[in-house]
Each structure stands twice: as structure tokens, then as C-alpha cells.
Design a protein around this ligand. Structure first.
Ligand SMILES: C[S@@+](CC[C@H](N)C(=O)[O-])C[C@H]1O[C@@H](n2cnc3c(N)ncnc32)[C@H](O)[C@@H]1O
Length: 288
């Protein structure tokens, strides 16, 4: 239950279990989390302190993707599983490069959506920014709702961002993970010239001293949080790009993707080796 000094949660928030979105916000130093999320986050960080830096490095990857693609001329972003707004949100980074960029944020966690609305009320432009409550597993419904905001033109290229979302287990009606089918549909919906950016935790190719910690992390999420997690092998993550052409340098550890695009106010995270970042990341382009 929320502590008495805690903010009143938005409608529909489940405070009986820690949520992936709110715990991630806690790792990043945010305040859109409740005691149940913080206690879980602390247990994770006790066992696996590197998780904080892994989360920040992932966030910096997101920022670099937006900056890089905006510089390549992309003017529309659909950020699915955008999370609770924190430093360097997609519309802020994109606006630094091109102030005519359009962004729709999507999440299925009410706290993330409510905080997104608050931020956009304060500093957004309703003709260029929107946030919607929708589910990644319903590509056609999500796409329809995103287009209905009037912010995105579906006939023009869109950069679809699915950053640190697909290692959250995505159960379909039969209980199996349907990320692959969902992604296949998004790839069809996107106009030619669109981009797909993905980052995803893996336990393949990671340092041996992290193997047990990654297994423990998975067990903690699987047994206690609102969502299970899935560490996919790298080839499986790569296959989520389908026939999209990978942008240089291909899929790499998160800190290795265009480090030169790190913003002037961001401090890159230094790991013992890039594989300590645990997150495999890349961007593909729809060329046909
Ligand atoms: C680890 S956070 C990543 C946030 C942000 N993309 C980033 O990288 O900084 C994962 C987010 O995905 C959202 N999410 C997970 N499954 C989802 C689904 N099926 N539909 C929409 N959002 C989802 C969670 O609510 C959470 O906000």
C-alpha cells in the first residue's frame, strides 16, 4: 500500500506488485515510484549494483538514436514503452536537432502515461506531441490510436523506438511471448524509409561474473514484479529487425552504438568491458 507521504497514484495503478516502469524510474533516480517499487529496486541493486549503470547506459543509447536519426532527417518518432519521463526524453532530444519533430509516446503503465501527460501539458506542443495508453502486443490498435492523435503521418517515415521493452515478457493469449509476431506487424505498418530501434538485455556474450547475477535478476522479476523478463540470445534479438537493413555499426553493446552522438550534457557510463552493459542494441531501416 502507498505510504501516507506518497503521491496519490493515477487511476488503474497496481500497487500490489512492483512495476517494471516504476522500478526502472527508481534506478534512474526518478520519483514516479512507490515503496513497493523502491524495496524491490533496492533488493535488485543489492544483488546486482551494476543494474543502475546498465539502465543509464540504455537511456543514453535511446538519446543517441534520436539525435542520430533526427540528424539523418527523421521527423516522426513513435516511442513504444517510453516509460516515465526522465532526463532526455525523445521530444526534447529531437527538438534540439529539429524543432519541427513529432513524437508520440506509448506505454501500458498508467504512471508512465500520467507523467508523460503532465510533462507535455507543461512543455509540449499538442500539434507535435502526444502520449497514449496502448499495448505493444496490439500493433494495429496501437498504430490506429497513435495516428488518431493527428501527430503522426503514417504515409511518411517514422522511427519506431522499442528501447528496453522486449526483454519484458510479452505474453499473448496462449501465454507464450508474442514479441516476434508483434514486431513483424509493425515492420509492415511502417512506411518505406522508416527506422526501427531496439535495445534488449541478453545473457549471451556477457562476462562470466555476471551470469549468476543475470539469472538472479530474472528470477526476482519473474517471481515478484508485475512482469516476467526474458534474456534473448543475440541472434534472436537481431531477427526482430526482420529484413530491415541495419544502420552502421549494426547491433552492438549499448555504449558502442554511435558514442559520438552523446549529448554535451550527458556523462557516458564507463564499463570494464562493453559487454558489462548487458544490453544489445541496434537500428534498422526499411529500405523496401
Ligand atoms: C525498462 S522500461 C524502458 C523505458 C524507455 N524505453 C527507456 O529505454 O528508457 C520498459 C517500459 O516498457 C513498458 N512496456 C512493457 N510492456 C509493454 C507493452 N506490452 N505495451 C506498452 N508498454 C510496455 C513498461 O511499462 C516500461 O515503461
Amino acid at each position: 500500500m502507498p505510504e501516507s507521504s506518497e503521491p496519490i497514484p493515477p487511476k488503474g495503478v497496481d500497487l500490489t506488485r512492483p512495476s517494471v516502469a516504476r522500478v526502472y524510474d527508481y534506478y534512474l533516480g526518478g520519483t514516479a515510484n512507490w515503496a513497493i517499487d523502491r524495496e524491490f529496486g533496492e533488493r535488485v541493486l543489492d544483488r546486482f549494483p551494476l543494474v543502475k549503470n546498465i539502465a543509464v547506459a540504455n537511456r543514453l543509447f535511446l538519446n543517441r538514436v534520436v539525435r542520430h536519426l533526427a540528424k539523418l532527417g527523421v521527423r516522426q518518432f513513435l516511442d513504444i514503452g517510453a516509460g516515465v519521463p526522465t532526463a532526455g526524453n525523445t521530444h526534447q532530444v529531437a527538438d534540439e536537432v529539429a524543432p519541427d519533430t513529432r513524437v508520440v509516446y506509448v506505454d501500458n503503465e498508467p504512471v508512465a502515461v500520467a507523467h508523460g501527460e503532465l510533462l507535455l501539458d507543461k512543455e509540449g506542443d499538442p500539434t507535435r506531441h502526444a502520449v497514449i495508453h496502448a499495448d505493444l502486443r496490439d500493433p494495429d490498435g496501437l498504430w490506429r490510436d497513435a495516428v488518431a492523435t493527428g501527430v503522426l503521418d503514417p504515409e511518411e517515415p517514422v522511427a519506431l523506438l522499442i528501447i528496453a521493452v522486449l526483454h519484458v515478457f510479452q505474453p499473448g493469449p496462449d501465454g507464450t511471448d508474442i514479441s516476434e509476431q508483434s514486431l513483424a506487424r509493425y515492420r509492415e505498418l511502417l512506411a518505406p524509409g522508416s527506422y526501427l530501434a531496439i535495445s534488449h538485455a541478453t545473457d549471451e556474450g556477457t562476462p562470466s561474473e555476471l551470469t549468476q547475477r543475470l539469472a538472479d535478476l530474472k528470477r526476482m522479476y519473474d517471481t515478484s514484479s508485475s512482469n516476467k523478463v526474458i534474456w534473448r540470445p543475440r541472434a534472436e534479438i537481431d531477427s526482430l529487425f526482420g529484413d530491415f537493413e541495419l544502420v552502421e555499426p549494426g547491433t552492438v553493446w549499448s555504449p558502442q552504438w554511435h558514442p559520438e552522438q552523446t549529448g554535451p550534457n550527458a556523462t557516458p557510463i564507463t564499463f570494464d568491458t562493453p559487454s558489462h552493459a548487458v544490453v544489445w542494441a541496434g537500428v534498422g531501416k526499411k529500405t523496401r
